[in-house]
Design a protein around this ligand. Structure first.
Ligand SMILES: [Zn+2]
Length: 280
C-alpha cells in the first residue's frame, strides 16, 4: 500500500506512485536515457566590471563565483587546486584599452608616478588584447600574467608583488602541464619546456621573496611571516637550493609562533630536502 493509494478516487490515480521526496525528474536525451548534468567551467564564471586606475576605462574580466568551487588539495608550495576549474587562471586583470595589468589583489593600488610610467612605457605601444572564448585557456591566462609581470617591472612595484606574480605564473605552467593530454604529439617536449618555464618563474619568486623578507612588512601578499618563511624554504627546495631550503625550514621548525599545522608541513619538506641532498 502506497501512501497515495486511493488517490484515483479524486481522479488522480496517475499520482499514486509518486515519491514525496523525489528530486526533480532527470533530464533525458532523445532516446529517453538520463543526461548527466555537468557543471562546466563556464557555469562558474561571471563578468565583473572594473575601472582602470591608469586610464579610467571601465572594462570587464571573467571572475570565478566564490563559494562554488571546492578546494581539492594544496601543493607543497601552497598552490591551491580546485574541483572543475583552475581558479588561478582568473587572477590577472588586464585593461584592454591601456595595457595596465596586475593580479587582482594589487590592481587598485596606483600612485600617480606609477600611472605615468605605465602610460609612457606600456600604453603608448600596447596593441590590444586578443579576444578570448567563454573561458580563459592556460595560454590566455599565461599571457595575462605576463602582462601583469611586465607591469610590475615598469611601475617599479615592491619585490613581493613581483615575486607573487612570478609564483602565480609559475603555477599556471604547472597547471597547463598537468592538464596537457598525453596524446599530444610532442607531449614530452612540451612538458619539458613548461617545466623549464616553471623553474625560471619559481626561481624569480624565490629571489623576490628573499629580498622582500628583509625590506617589507607583514602580512605580505596576504601571508604572515611564518607562511612566507615556509614558502621561501619550499621554493628553494624546488629550485635545487637545498642548503638555503634547510636554513629557511629550520626557522619554521624552531619558531614559537608557528602552529602545529605548518610545523607538520615543514617536517615533510625537511624530509624531502634531506632525501634530495643525499641524491644530489
Ligand atoms: Zn586602462
Amino acid at each position: 500500500m502506497s501512501l497515495f493509494s486511493g488517490l484515483d478516487q479524486f481522479g488522480l490515480g496517475k499520482l499514486e506512485k509518486v515519491n514525496i521526496f523525489e528530486e526533480e525528474t532527470k533530464k533525458t536525451d532523445k532516446s529517453g536515457k538520463p543526461v548527466e548534468q555537468k557543471i562546466s567551467e563556464e557555469d562558474l564564471l561571471f563578468d565583473k566590471s572594473y575601472t582602470c586606475p591608469v586610464c579610467d576605462e571601465e572594462f570587464h574580466a571573467k571572475m570565478l563565483r566564490t563559494g562554488k568551487v571546492k578546494l581539492l588539495s594544496v601543493d607543497t608550495d601552497l598552490r591551491p587546486k580546485y574541483q572543475l576549474v583552475d581558479s588561478l587562471k582568473y587572477d590577472a586583470l588586464v585593461c584592454p584599452k591601456c595595457g595596465y595589468a596586475a593580479l587582482s589583489r594589487f590592481f587598485k593600488f596606483m600612485m600617480p608616478s606609477q600611472a605615468k610610467l605605465i602610460r609612457e612605457n606600456i600604453s603608448k605601444n600596447f596593441s590590444g588584447l586578443a579576444q578570448t572564448g567563454n573561458i580563459y585557456t592556460y595560454d590566455d591566462a599565461i599571457n595575462r600574467h605576463q602582462l601583469a609581470l611586465i607591469n610590475t617591472v615598469v611601475k617599479k612595484a615592491k619585490a613581493s608583488e613581483k615575486a607573487y606574480t612570478c609564483l602565480k605564473m609559475g603555477w599556471l605552467y604547472r597547471g597547463k602541464a598537468e592538464s596537457l593530454s598525453k596524446e599530444t604529439p610532442d607531449y614530452d617536449k612540451q612538458i619539458k619546456e613548461m617545466a623549464v618555464k616553471e623553474q625560471e618563474l619559481l626561481s624569480n619568486a624565490y629571489d623576490g621573496f628573499m629580498s622582500a623578507f628583509s625590506k617589507e612588512s607583514f602580512p605580505m601578499c596576504g601571508m604572515d611571516e611564518i607562511t612566507v618563511t615556509y614558502l621561501i624554504a619550499e621554493l628553494a627546495r624546488r629550485i635545487g637550493k637545498y642548503e638555503e631550503a634547510s636554513r629557511w625550514i629550520s626557522r619554521v621548525l624552531t619558531s614559537r609562533e608557528a602552529n602545529e599545522r605548518i610545523k607538520n608541513k615543514a617536517r615533510e619538506i625537511k624530509e624531502m630536502i634531506n632525501q634530495q641532498k643525499e641524491n644530489a
